[in-house]
Write a protein of this length. Sequence first.
Length: 244
Amino acid sequence: MANGIARSAARSVWHNLDGAERSLARRVRRIAAPLVQRWFFQDLIEKTGNFSTVTWLGRPIWQNVLDVWVLQETIAELRPAVIIESGTNRGGSALFMAHLFDLLGDGRVITIDIEKQHTVTHPRITFLTGDSVSPATLAAVRDALGAPAGPVMVILDSDHRQQHVAAEMEAYAPFVTSGSYMLVQDGVIDVLPSFRRGRPGPRPAITDFVLRHPEFAIDRERCERMLITHHPDGWLRRTAAGAA
Ligand SMILES: C[S@@+](CC[C@H](N)C(=O)[O-])C[C@H]1O[C@@H](n2cnc3c(N)ncnc32)[C@H](O)[C@@H]1O
């Protein structure tokens, strides 16, 4: 009711503006919209403890809910045979993806964390413990991966410091099949002032990586799909087989 009144009041104000006033209003909106988005994003981050209190079917999943929806859309579109995730934490994101695979009828998750913090179990999930970039962990990932019959996607959500992300991108890029994605999470660290203590974070690692790896391109539409995102420049699509 209140919304309807506000909408009709706005319509009547707009109706009574002349051309110059409408053009000014459009310009003000263009300037104000990014600020409003930024303020809303910051408030949402504070309200949810940077999404640390979000749950998936009662299990903690440390993800921006808008980004998780984009992930769901990507999984439904790409139908990966395997998703390799670094950064298990309490297992919420791995479980989310495994449940999507249950609904789709196919797919596996391999998830890695330097320490075991989860109590989740699911037949589609292989849990590995170790430093994501250590030779032993990478050998275990290769073992668990086997020879999948469909696309392989990678999600990097462990230590978000530039150096570690850069090492992970190099180590995990060869697993990504042509046409599939590497999602490098939490470049927001390099954007929002409230995260500045974590810098340099993923973004400079992404910038360096794409310069050296022309077989990967940033999928900007996917990155910007929901206007606010924790993963600016984070969706990298492998456009060609490249050197593995
Ligand atoms: C942001 S949390 C992952 C959240 C999880 N993907 C989710 O959505 O619920 C990051 C995790 O990365 C792990 N981590 C940090 N450094 C790591 C490393 N070098 N190798 C593997 N995991 C690491 C931490 O232990 C932590 O649990």
